[in-house]
Design a protein around this ligand. Structure first.
Ligand SMILES: Cc1cc2nc3c(=O)[nH]c(=O)nc-3n(C[C@H](O)[C@H](O)[C@H](O)COP(=O)(O)OP(=O)(O)OC[C@H]3O[C@@H](n4cnc5c(N)ncnc54)[C@H](O)[C@@H]3O)c2cc1C
Length: 286
């Protein structure tokens, strides 16, 4: 199958992009790396009349430290999350998750903004925005705002981005020296979407967990923060008992849907296995 015919514009500024989107009367789609949108066009799951290509908008690029935050322009590519030294130093969880996203050819073109805006619940980067307590900068004809990750992911493929608006940048609090983090996922084959994935970010100042953030992917319609598991760890030494309590608490946090291929009970079990593995690795390395 081939995509339906569409017009194509490549604006140089945000204002031009908003105008081009509005001119198409709601029948436009923004395109960034095209790694999700182009297959959807080819399968006619989406058939916009106009594609507004945001690749030339300079404001959507760049990786920089701004005070206590790392700013990643929405057009930052997956491969940069993997290779960039500033990301490795300031947002190591992103660098750990990046190799699990798809394959090198897709990582060369796919953007962080595209992945987070699409909000596929099986995607690695949206869940890591939750684990890192990131904020999403959104701009549109009516202005600009920053939305915390906890409010950004609203439902299946539904985010705080309104039609016509663009995700401009991701703002991530800098990792501090006492932070320890790790990421892993279980997939049938490396590069496949995960059956379940998890990112963990702990503050471990003196072997006691003073802050815990745990986010799962592929366990529901949105990425999920595991608040009960976080509470089970906070204020405790990171030992076997605390790990078991956190694993048990996941039944309060996760409510995966029944699925022919992966029953809900199995997905919950795998989430516990994954969390235990990650906490064990962090404890071993601390
Ligand atoms: C074979 C294959 C395997 C894959 N495996 C994985 C995987 O394991 N894990 C994973 O996470 N992903 C995977 N992907 C998806 C891939 O990571 C995509 O690149 C990513 O989801 C979207 O980024 P993009 O820049 O290509 O966005 P596009 O495809 O260009 O756009 C995706 C959507 O986001 C919107 N959009 C893009 N940028 C913005 C913006 N700045 N503001 C507002 N809206 C925007 C577009 O309008 C569109 O609706 C896979 C893709 C393929 C083809």
């Amino acid at each position: 199958m081939k995509a339906r015919a569409f017009s194509y514009v490549r604006p140089a500024t945000l204002a031009e992009a908003f105008d081009a989107f509005a001119a198409a009367g709601g029948e436009a789609s923004y395109i960034a790396g095209g790694q999700s949108l182009v297959p959807a066009l080819a399968l006619r799951l989406q058939a916009p009349e106009c594609l507004v290509d945001i690749a030339d908008i300079a404001e959507l690029r760049g990786i920089s430290q701004e005070g206590e935050w790392l700013r990643l322009g929405a057009l930052t590519r997956h491969v940069e999350a993997h290779d960039d030294p500033l990301i490795a130093a300031c947002a190591p969880l992103l660098a750990l998750a990046a190799p699990h996203v798809a394959h090198p050819a897709i990582r060369n073109r796919g953007t962080l903004g595209g992945s987070v805006a699409l909000a596929d619940p099986a995607s690695e980067f949206p869940a890591m925005m939750l684990a890192m307590d990131a904020e999403m900068e959104i701009a549109g004809p009516a202005g600009r705002r920053r939305v915390p990750a906890t409010e950004f992911f609203q439902d299946l493929y539904q985010t705080a981005i309104e039609p016509g608006e663009l995700l401009v940048a991701l703002h991530i609090p800098l990792a501090r020296p006492e932070h320890r983090c790790d990421f892993d996922e279980l997939a049938r084959r490396r590069g496949d979407y995960a059956i379940v994935g998890c990112g963990v970010m702990l503050a471990l100042p003196q072997e006691v967990v003073s802050e815990a953030r745990i986010a799962f992917l592929s366990v529901g319609p949105t990425p999920v923060r595991a608040r009960a598991a976080e509470a089970a760890l906070t204020g405790n030494r990171l030992d076997g008992d605390a790990t078991r309590r956190a694993q048990a608490a996941l039944s309060e946090d996760l409510d995966p849907a029944e699925d022919e291929q992966v029953p809900a009970a199995m997905r919950l079990h795998l989430a516990r296995v994954l969390l235990g593995r990650l906490l064990g690795r962090i404890a071993g390395a601390a």
